[in-house]
Design a binder for this molecule. Structure first.
Ligand code: ADP
Length: 596
């Protein structure tokens, strides 16, 4: 696995990790927000629950004080309250309708042991048939229930001495001694057929209708209690039916008559609430002093508390996050695969290219070797032919076959020698043509070439043909120094200037000039003559190998000069072309674009 693969794998895992971390963070964040909102909502619900219980009880206590008022007023006008009076009073209060959850409103009188008989008699005289304080037995005093309404639901309680049971007695004595509203510890009401937990509330009544200031006085002047029995289920269900109606489905309640939760002190538990309830519910415990009793109220959320959005938002975010991560990963994986394929392909192609380059270099080398060997070996028989033609003539003269100079034989010898010369030129030109690319392929030997000196050397070399044709060479401007292959450029100028002289009549005028290219990438050279010119249809053909427009009799040549020029100019990133009209001279133009 190469460096790039390791890097792309690493990137892949980094993106994967980043996506997962972001998803988890977003999920946790949403989860926390939902939880905070739920917690806040729940806290406010818990406060509502506690105040609903307290407010409801305060209303019930007011009903007690109405009873106290009724009894005090009756006492003031020396009228003993009869059972019908209490019934009428309770009925007028619309107890059942206006105070749902309260099980009745009663009046219990404190009776000393010595007065018990008298008290029972007087109660019977008031119309309470067969009235008897129960349970039977001698106790220092009794807190006997004298009235309780509605009577039908509470009949078993009538005559019951609430002082006979320790929890009731304690609460009643505390109310008597303190003058304050008191409730009892958890009790089971005698009239409750279901025998479920409940409690009793007591408001003390004193002679004179006011609460005496000292404990002694309060005990002396104490008459009895207005009290109310409560069955917890009815009490709390009443609250849920009214004040907490909207929350009824969202929460469950547990109430314990103690400082802390324990099954023994449980006084209320909503249906469906068990210790095995779901662990993700919210719960809170509040301890209140409920008219002298410690009540631990535990509020627990039901599944309906969490609405759909709240419950599933975090899961939704998680699923969306994971899906997006998966998509992103698929995308990256496919991009990686594509890149890996492209890299493999590029690698293969590079290998192939290198192999081809090596093969090309080899075949070029072989070709060059072949060209020079071939030219050497081809020239060898030419030299032999040339020299043996001379020897043949001598031999002929020696044996007397050629006694006098014979024009036709000399003509033959001349043709043979000319042909050999032309063949030799052809071989030289072919060799030159094959060697043009050699240096540029290796990209070496690029040198600064002063074209002025180059052209002057060419002129010096072909001086004899210049004079022969009475030609004039005019270098119109200072030619530039260019970067290139001096030998090859020399050959270009030599071919073009020679052609200009060769393809002109006598008094040839050859103009040579140059200019820098407009884009600054090199130079343009022009070799202009006043010769025979070229028809337009041959503009391209003349640069092809062996392409000649005239017979060798008229103009000597191999047909390779311009092909060599083209190859060399292209080797210098340039172009060569001709502008000409027959009999009006030609302009050979070429550019050189080799820059430092
Ligand atoms: P050659 O050895 O025949 O000169 P070149 O490749 O140099 O071969 O030229 C190809 C042909 O282009 C020539 O045969 C000639 O017909 C034509 N030509 C080249 N230069 C000129 C010129 N300056 N004026 C007219 N014709 C030319």
């Amino acid at each position: 696995m190469n460096h790039n693969h390791i890097k792309s794998r690493l990137n892949f895992y980094i993106v994967l990790l980043a996506c997962l971390v972001l998803t988890v963070l977003a999920t946790i964040n949403v989860h926390n927000q939902v939880r905070n909102q739920s917690n806040n909502a729940f806290d406010s619900i818990v406060r509502q629950v506690v105040s609903a219980i307290e407010e409801r009880m305060a209303i019930y206590i007011d009903a007690h004080y109405a009873g106290i008022g009724f009894l005090s007023a009756s006492e003031k006008i020396d009228r003993e309250v009869r059972p019908e009076g209490w019934r009428e009073f309770v009925r007028a209060m619309h107890l059942v309708e206006r105070y749902p959850g309260i099980n009745g409103l009663g009046y219990a009188v404190q009776v000393e042991q010595k007065d018990l008989q008298k008290f029972e008699n007087s109660a019977r005289n008031l119309g309470l048939k067969g009235y008897k304080v129960k349970p039977e037995g001698l106790r220092p005093n009794y807190f006997a229930i004298k009235f309780i309404e509605p009577l039908e639901a509470n009949k078993p309680a009538l005559g019951f001495d609430m002082g006979s049971e320790i929890n009731r007695r304690k609460a009643m004595e505390r109310a008597r001694d303190s003058g304050e509203v008191t409730i009892s510890k958890k009790i089971i009401l005698v009239q409750d057929a279901g025998q479920t937990p409940g409690f009793l509330s007591y408001v003390p009544l004193y002679q004179g209708g006011v609460i005496p200031s000292s404990l002694e006085e309060r005990r002396n002047k104490f008459i009895g209690h207005v009290y109310a029995p409560f069955i917890m289920n009815d009490f709390i269900d009443g609250i849920f039916a009214l004040e907490l109606a909207e929350l009824a489905k969202k929460i469950r309640l547990e109430i314990f008559n103690d400082l802390e939760r324990n099954e023994g002190s449980l006084i209320y538990r909503s249906d469906g609430l068990t210790e095995q309830s779901k662990s993700n519910m919210l719960s809170k415990e509040i301890l209140i002093d409920f008219y002298g009793q410690p009540w631990t109220i535990r509020v627990v959320t039901s599944p309906e508390f969490f609405d759909f959005t709240g419950r599933y938002l975090a899961i939704f975010v998680l699923i969306v996050g994971l899906s997006l991560s998966a998509l992103l990963l698929l995308l990256i994986a496919s991009l990686n695969r594509t890149r890996e394929k492209a890299e493999q392909l590029a690698e293969q192609m590079t290998l192939e290219l290198n192999r081809n380059n090596i093969l090309l270099a080899q075949s070029n080398e072989e070709l060059n070797a072949f060209a020079s060997i071939a030219s050497h070996d081809l020239k060898e028989p030419l030299r032999t032919v040339s020299s043996y033609v001379g020897m043949l003539l001598l031999q002929l003269k020696k044996i007397g076959a050629l006694t006098e100079p014979d024009a036709s034989v000399e003509q033959c010898q001349k043709f043979i020698l000319n042909a050999c010369k032309r063949m030799s030129l052809l071989i030289d030109d072919l060799l030159a043509f094959s060697r043009v690319n050699k240096d540029s392929e290796q990209c070496v030997n690029l040198e600064k070439v002063n074209c002025n000196s180059l052209v002057n050397s060419v002129i010096a070399e072909i001086q004899s043909s210049i004079e022969e044709k009475n030609a004039e060479i005019l270098i119109k401007n200072e030619l530039p120094v260019v970067l290139g292959y001096a030998t090859n450029l020399y050959r270009v100028f030599q071919n073009l200037i020679s052609n200009a002289i060769k393809y002109s009549g006598d008094s040839a005028l050859v103009k040579i000039y140059s200019s820098a290219l407009a884009d600054g990438s090199g130079y343009q050279f022009v070799i202009e003559d006043n010769g025979i010119g070229i028809a337009e249809e041959y503009y391209d053909q003349i640069f092809q190998l062996f392409k000649r427009l005239h017979g060798k009799e008229k103009y000597e040549g191999t047909g390779l000069g311009l092909a060599i020029c083209k190859k060399i100019v292209e080797q210098h990133n340039g172009k060569i072309w001709v502008e000409s009209k027959p009999n009006q001279g030609s302009k050979f133009i070429f550019t050189i674009r080799t820059q430092e």
